[in-house]
Design a protein around this ligand. Structure first.
Ligand SMILES: [Zn+2]
Length: 95
């Protein structure tokens, strides 16, 4: 969320912790100040059909050399969660 504040739902969190990443997501995240606290909200970016998986782009920042591989299958998949195509890695397309 900021350089000093991160969200880590690996041990506990709301139902939002189960939302998967997509390089072509149907939701976006927004930071909101609520009182004196910074909150993260997830909002629909396009019409979401009943039964459709809710996704957003993690824009994940890796702290190590190893990047998590994305297999979302979208036409514009970058192959990882930070939105930057891996060097030497083709942009996959299974759609
Ligand atoms: Zn992807």
């Amino acid at each position: 969320m900021t350089h000093e504040l991160v969200i880590d739902a690996s041990l506990m969190g709301s139902m939002a912790r189960f939302i998967n990443h997509s390089c072509d997501p149907n939701c976006v995240t927004e930071k909101w100040n609520v009182g004196s606290e910074l909150r993260m909200g997830i909002f629909a970016a396009k019409k979401i059909l009943k039964g459709e998986e809710v996704t957003y782009n993690y824009q994940f920042q890796s702290f190590g050399e190893i990047k998590e591989r994305c297999m979302c299958g979208s036409k514009n998949c970058t192959g990882n969660f930070d939105g930057v195509a891996l060097e030497g890695q083709p942009v996959t397309s299974t759609a």
